[in-house]
Ligand binder design. Structure first.
Ligand SMILES: [Zn+2]
Length: 694
């Protein structure tokens, strides 16, 4: 069955005390963070790659004819050590890094990418996989085995395994060029965001309108920049956005916003326009080599959407629905400005400032009024309680699992029948060694080994408001929904089952945000708010007036939010629908034309302009920025199904969602799994209604 290579003895590295080289002797076999030293990572990576190479050599050298067990299963189970060390290293590098860790990351990343290229272009391995693939319909494989074979075959095909040697070399070159361009794009962006622009204020009057906390943060930034006694604002969101929201000085708002949206477009050493053109051209060429009309078609072929046409249809429909709402918002804001006695037409740098005024006027909602009802503890207990009511699972805090940082909490999750489901790690607060944002990963994925289930270790990392003095951490509404969102990803990881690594929990990118986004819906329901939103001091349940305000304010600024996101999604698609050979010689003109075509109003810019669209030029989202919107259709439709049933915790629907969309999510195509739950394809109406776009 499983090929276990017999080579593990001939490494000259001392490895007696490297914790990655033996079974973890810890509760739930969790990584022994208390024993892992930074110096253990590199030897473990090297040994991990070596072991996987030997495992693959054992597959390709096998004299027996290729079978599912001696080839597909052996490959599916290969690389265990490499996987173990990668999951631990890269997660800790995001959540609790240091210079040594970053050095290792820089050193190991190109090695890992070469390692994976060597595997996907291994002709002998592909030959064996192809032999099994060709006979998959009449060799007695069960449905899951057949799916795994097809998935692997397509992976190899998509990576160029079927191409001639010449074309493969061409592809390797393109991949290498693309990865270098992407790194350069990121470096330029970092310089343009952090170095090349600062708004320095030395006249106190120019701070008018700004809240005290924002002013003191700007004073600290000035001191750090050696500009004592002045105030410094930067293009980082926590500095930029409050300035745009509150600064009365309109000229300065224009100055900082212009600084923001011109990043990478300043015709200086950090200009990204040429990189954008080169990347778009190379991607089209890559798609052409692999037999696709364009790069978007290549990417989306793997996804639920299947075709660029299906994506275009959704984005255009949402853009059409958002535009009149955005125009109405603009008119309301213009009226506020006119009433103030101004005689100018609002511009893009005015939007946040007047939106804030509109929020106050229309919804009378002050964030600080809500916070006392959303202590971190109450929100966490609330999301646990929602999961308990939906799925019958329970959470028990455990204190004997090693953690990578002392504030991390661990919970054992048990199923309805009391059996162990997995562990969830929760890491709440920002620190200088942690990346921004929030994310969910795992230290061990759910799987199957030697005939038994491997239970997952899921990790969720946040950057929430910290406790101060005697006051516990009090979350704002955005943080509250973020907690539910990431917890949704965690539930996906905890419930996943499946015999094969390739398919267990492995869903297309436009399905990924369904399990997470759907949980956000519960957070804001009055019935659920009454369950968990209690005053941290008195325990008083949140008043109905506040519940009403929360409900109403969900429609705030939706025209703007949707228009800017659709504009960016469509821009991404337009670039990646260009066919080879690409004729693109003016990025700004291309962008302008794309925005005019969809009728984006001048007062709104795409959420990301080309020269700082990191998702698509520096991250993995090329032709994929649409996935959030795609999943939003699914999550709104799924939640609507619960609501229509008259029971937010409908046990029959919950069981079906768990089985089809979480537990067995990778067993079949994303849409097939969704329809198994929903009984029909999703419709867009629930999303339009939820966002006030109907
Ligand atoms: Zn997410």
């Amino acid at each position: 069955m499983l090929t276990i290579p017999a080579f593990i003895s001939c490494n000259q590295e001392k490895k007696g005390d490297n914790p990655f080289f033996s079974e973890y002797n810890t509760p739930f076999e969790a990584p022994p963070f208390d024993k892992i030293d930074t110096s253990d990572y590199m030897p473990a990576f090297m040994e991990g790659m070596k072991q996987q190479n030997a495992e693959i050599a054992a597959i390709t050298d096998n004299k027996e004819a290729p079978t599912f067990d001696n080839t597909i299963l052996a490959f599916d189970k290969s690389g265990k050590l490499l996987n173990n060390v990668s999951l631990v290293f890269f997660n800790v590098n995001e959540a609790n890094t240091n210079e040594k860790m970053q050095e290792i990351a820089q050193k190991v990343t190109p090695l890992l990418s070469r390692h994976s290229d060597d595997i996907s272009m291994n002709a002998k391995l592909f030959e064996r996989i192809k032999a099994i693939y060709d006979k998959r319909d009449n060799s007695g494989l069960d449905a899951q085995q057949k799916r795994v074979v097809e998935k692997y075959y397509h992976d190899f095909e998509r990576d160029g395994a079927n191409l001639s040697k010449d074309k493969q070399d061409q592809l390797r070159k393109i991949n290498e060029e693309l990865s270098l361009l992407s790194v350069k794009f990121g470096e330029n962006m970092l310089a343009e965001t952090n170095k090349n622009f600062q708004l320095v204020i030395d006249n106190k009057a120019d701070l008018a309108g700004l809240p005290d906390g924002v002013i003191s943060a700007a004073a600290e930034a000035a001191t750090e920049a050696g500009k004592n006694g002045k105030w410094v604002f930067t293009l980082a969101k926590p500095s930029l956005i409050p300035f745009l929201q509150y600064a009365k000085n309109r000229d300065l708002r224009e100055k900082i916003y212009t600084g923001y949206f011109m990043r990478g477009d300043n015709n200086n050493a950090n200009d990204n326009k040429k990189l954008v053109m080169d990347m778009v051209r190379l991607r089209a060429e890559k798609a052409n080599i692999l037999g696709f009309d364009n790069y978007a078609a290549y990417v989306i072929d793997e996804n639920m959407a299947k075709t660029t046409g299906a994506v275009d249809q959704l984005l255009n429909q949402l853009m059409k629905a958002a535009t009149p709402v955005a125009k109405a918002e603009l008119a309301e804001m213009q009226a506020i400005s006119n009433a103030e006695g101004n005689n100018f037409k609002l511009q893009s740098w005015d939007w946040w400032y007047y939106a804030e005024k509109l929020r106050k006027q229309k919804y009378n909602l002050d964030e600080n009024e809500l916070r006392p009802y959303f202590s971190l503890e109450n929100v966490r207990n609330g999301m646990f309680a929602v999961a308990t009511r939906l799925y019958g699972i329970s959470f028990q805090k455990v204190n004997n699992i090693p953690v990578y940082q002392k504030d991390v909490e661990t919970y054992e999750v048990k199923d309805k029948d009391g059996s162990h489901l997995g562990i969830i790690y929760l890491d709440y607060f920002p620190s200088p060694s942690k990346s921004g944002g929030a994310w969910c990963t795992s230290f061990r994925s759910a799987g199957f080994e030697n005939g038994k289930k491997v239970t997952p270790l899921v990790s969720v990392v946040f950057n929430f408001t910290k406790p101060t003095g005697n006051t516990p951490a009090l979350l704002n509404w955005d943080e509250t929904t973020t907690m539910f969102h990431e917890f949704g990803h965690a539930l996906h990881g905890l419930f996943t089952e499946g015999k094969y690594t390739r398919t267990a929990g492995n869903v297309p990118t436009d399905f990924v945000e369904l399990p997470s986004q759907v949980m956000e819906n519960w957070a804001g329901e009055p019935e659920v708010l009454r369950m968990y939103a209690k005053h941290y001091k008195t325990g008083e349940v949140i008043p109905e007036t506040l519940i009403t305000k929360i409900q109403k304010s969900t429609l705030f600024n939706q025209g703007f939010d949707n228009a800017e996101i659709m504009a960016a999604s469509i821009l991404d698609m337009d670039y990646h629908k260009l066919a080879y050979p690409v004729k693109l010689n003016d990025v700004d003109a291309f962008e302008k034309q794309a925005m005019n075509k969809i009728g984006l109003i001048n007062e709104i810019l795409p959420r990301y302009r080309s020269t700082y669209f990191a998702h698509i030029f520096n991250g993995g989202y090329a032709a994929g920025y649409y996935v959030y919107s795609w999943a939003a259709v699914l999550d709104a439709d799924a939640f609507d199904y619960f609501k229509q049933s008259g029971d937010l915790f409908n046990p029959v629907l919950a069981a079906s969602f768990r089985k089809n969309c979480l537990q067995e999510s990778g067993d079949d195509e994303g849409m097939v799994q969704y329809i198994k739950f929903r009984g029909q394809a999703p419709t867009i109406e629930p999303l339009l209604k939820k966002r006030g776009l109907n």
